[in-house]
Structures are given as C-alpha cells and as structure tokens.
Design a protein around this ligand. Structure first.
Ligand code: HEM
Length: 151
C-alpha cells in the first residue's frame, strides 16, 4: 500500500471513531434524561396539561436524540469493527454483550414511555430512579473494556 493511501485510511478511521464517540455521548446523555422525565411525568396528575407536556418532551427526546444516536453508534461501531477485525478479542466480545444489554434497556425504556403515554403507570418513581443507574454502570464497564482492554 502506498504511504498516501495508508495515511488517508487511518485519517478516515480516526474520523469514524470520533463520530462513534460523539454519538455515544448523545445516546448516553439521552438515556440519563429519559427515566428522569418519567419520574417527573408520574408526579403530574393524569390527564393534566402538565402531563401532556411531559408526553411531548419524552416523545421528542426519544425521536430526535436517543433513537437516532443509538442507530449511529451501532452503524459507526460496526464499521470500526469491520475495519479492525477486533471481534476475535475478549474485551470486544464483552463490550458487545454490554452494548446489547444497553440496547435492550433502551428498547424497554422506550416501551415504558409508550405505556406511560397511554396512562399505564406501572413502575414506581423509586424503581425508575434505580433503573436510571443502568446506563452509568454500563458506560463505566464499556469504557474500561475499550481503553484498558483487560483481556
Ligand atoms: C453499538 C455497538 C458498538 C460497537 C460495534 C462498537 C465498536 C467499536 C470499535 C470496533 C471500536 C474501535 C476499538 C479499537 O480497536 O480500539 C470502538 C471504539 C470505542 N467505543 Fe465503541 N462500539 C459500540 C458501542 C459503544 C458504546 C455504547 C460505548 C460507550 C458507552 C462505546 C465506546 C467506545 C469508545 C470510548 C471507543 C474509543 C476507544 C479508543 O480510544 O480506541 N462504544 N467501538
């Protein structure tokens, strides 16, 4: 490979990785906010104008930030994976398991938002606050896996 082509490819890789990390931040920031919104939503009286405002805020957060950010993280992450071939490494396999769990959490939280909008408040505020710890813990484990690469 010529030096020029190699330099161009490594620059492209760096840009894809930068994009990956930027969308990771958007995704996780949104996941931190969503259960908080649900807690405040559940403090509003059912059917009140305040409840309708929360339903709209939650819908926008999901549609404009969280779901597109997750799609971009997956798209760019899988591109990096294709370029590096890192799936044979233990830390990457462990990371994939964590990311699948985080994506399942995302799906479940979105599902709860739909139920909430339909008037079903089956979770307590306390349970939602506890669930709100999941993205922080997953982020800590994933960052250690990708940076320290312990195995
Ligand atoms: C959705 C599926 C994901 C896939 C397929 C994926 C894949 C990858 C790959 C292949 C790399 C390059 C790693 C290397 O060779 O050094 C990378 C970098 C990185 N990923 Fe992901 N990733 C995903 C999600 C995430 C999530 C959810 C986080 C954080 C919560 C994250 C954080 C990072 C960070 C911080 C780096 C940069 C590490 C460095 O300095 O090289 N990724 N990702």
């Amino acid at each position: 490979m010529t030096d020029g082509l190699e330099a161009a490819l490594s620059l492209t890789y760096a840009w894809i990785k930068a994009g990956h990390v930027i969308f990771v931040i958007f995704w996780i920031a949104g996941l931190f906010m969503l259960p908080r919104f649900y807690v405040y939503h559940q403090q509003a009286a059912a059917g009140s104008p305040e409840e309708r405002s929360w339903i709209e805020r939650e819908r926008k957060l999901r549609k404009i930030i969280i779901t597109p950010a997750m799609a971009m993280v997956w798209l760019l992450g899988l591109t990096l994976l294709y370029i590096t071939g890192a799936w044979s490494q233990g830390w990457m396999q462990a990371k994939l398991v964590m990311v699948l769990l985080l994506s399942a959490y995302h799906g479940w939280m979105i599902g709860y938002g739909r139920k909430l909008a339909a008037g079903d408040r089956s979770m307590s505020g306390k349970a939602l606050r506890i669930m709100n710890e999941v993205p922080g813990l997953a982020t800590a484990v994933i960052v250690v896996l990708v940076i320290v690469k312990p195995f």
